[in-house]
Design a protein around this ligand. Structure first.
Ligand code: KG4
Ligand code: ZN
Length: 341
């Protein structure tokens, strides 16, 4: 089946064409247009996001079809993010998808954005490579959560950040050190030359069994250090290395706790922008080898940020549960706060 995916839950207008035939979820195109308009406000302004989505959505959909070398006759269904997200932003995606579905007589599939992230390791893989139940750690600028992906689209939230997301902590640390945005890659580069024991930073594990995360104490510790003195270049390297080391230990410890608590887990998936970090990857890989659990990361980093390939790809899992999609319906957006999910 060929699925056209549409994603407009926050500030990225995205469309993608995915082929789910032969039990493989193959991404044929993945177009994303980010909105720079919010920068001066220090956060996403829903009203502006909606208007910019409206301006871009049709050209983004057209580009997704062109890049995939497909036209409307080839498309079997439209998958669109219905929840969670900003109401004004979701409304553009859902009403465009509903309109296109009526115009071209294609069934509509409603997708949960969070499930899109959870299932993103299945993109560009044969579906038999996904072994469920899987433990999924999703770590980005807006999300830090652990899920048990049980079967089909059934998932269970095991833990989430109580304050900042891990990527946000990387970005704020980089900002305090004058390293620019996005902070993660810059902190990682500086950490390569630093001493991970150079600074004594707090390891916040919460209670003994907790699978939740908290990074605000780590951020405050960095802030106190940067305010107390002007750091030399080698001290900045050490602080980056120490920060990355703490972050890596915390994430790995939480994954270890979850693997101990859920012995039925067959695979571990590490997704989100922070999964690009080599040190964190290596530490998680070592843990998985010890536990004899297979570890997967996404095939392309473009599947980490908000994107429509993960929305179109999710349709495969929805269709496994509910293959009867002949009925056309109008999708109403269901706004919910998206961060920290
Ligand atoms: O998933 P993502 O691309 O986008 C959203 O958050 O929507 O994640 C971006 C986050 C940023 O906070 C960025 O600093 C972080 O991922 N990141 C990294 C690395 N590359 C990106 N963090 C640590 N190490 C990296 N190499
Ligand atoms: Zn997201």
């Amino acid at each position: 089946m060929l699925i056209l995916g549409i994603e407009t839950s926050c500030d990225d207008t995205a469309a993608s064409v995915v082929d789910t035939s032969n039990n493989k979820i193959q991404v044929l195109s993945n177009i994303r247009k980010s909105q720079g308009q919010h920068q001066k406000y220090g956060g996403v302004v829903p009203e502006i996001a909606g208007r910019v989505h409206q301006k871009n959505i049709f050209s983004v959909v057209k580009e997704a079809l062109t890049e995939a070398k497909k036209d409307w006759n080839d498309i079997d269904a439209i998958a669109c993010t219905q929840t969670p997200g900003l109401q004004a932003a979701l409304l553009v995606g859902t009403s465009t998808a509903s309109f296109l579905s009526l115009l071209h007589n294609k069934p509509l599939i409603s997708i949960d954005h969070i499930f899109g992230h959870i299932s993103s390791c299945s993109l560009d893989r044969v579906t038999a490579d996904i072994k469920l139940p899987a433990l999924v750690l999703t770590v980005s600028g807006g999300h830090t959560s652990m899920y048990l992906w049980e079967e089909g689209t059934r998932t269970q939230l095991l833990g989430k950040t109580l304050d900042d997301a891990a990527g946000e902590a990387f970005d704020k640390t980089a900002r305090m050190l004058g390293l620019g945005y996005p902070g993660g890659p810059n902190v990682e580069i500086r950490a390569k030359n630093g001493n991970p024991k150079g600074f004594d930073l707090p390891y916040i594990y919460l209670s003994k069994e907790s699978l939740d995360f908290s990074f605000s104490g780590l951020k405050s510790a960095i802030s106190r250090i940067t305010q107390a003195e002007t750091l030399s270049n080698s001290q900045i390297d050490d602080l980056c290395a120490s920060f990355q080391h703490v972050m890596s230990r915390i994430l790995t410890t939480k994954v270890q706790r979850a693997l101990d608590k859920y012995p039925q887990v067959k695979q571990f998936h590490f997704v989100g922008g922070v999964s690009a970090n080599q040190q964190i990857r290596t530490e998680l890989e070592t843990l998985c080898q010890k536990k004899k659990i297979d570890m997967l990361t996404v095939k392309s980093l473009s599947y980490c940020t908000d994107n429509a390939a993960m929305i179109a790809g999710s349709a495969y899992w929805y269709l496994q549960e509910n293959p009867n999609i002949a009925q056309i319906k109008f999708l109403n957006p269901q706004a919910k706060h998206i961060s920290n999910n």
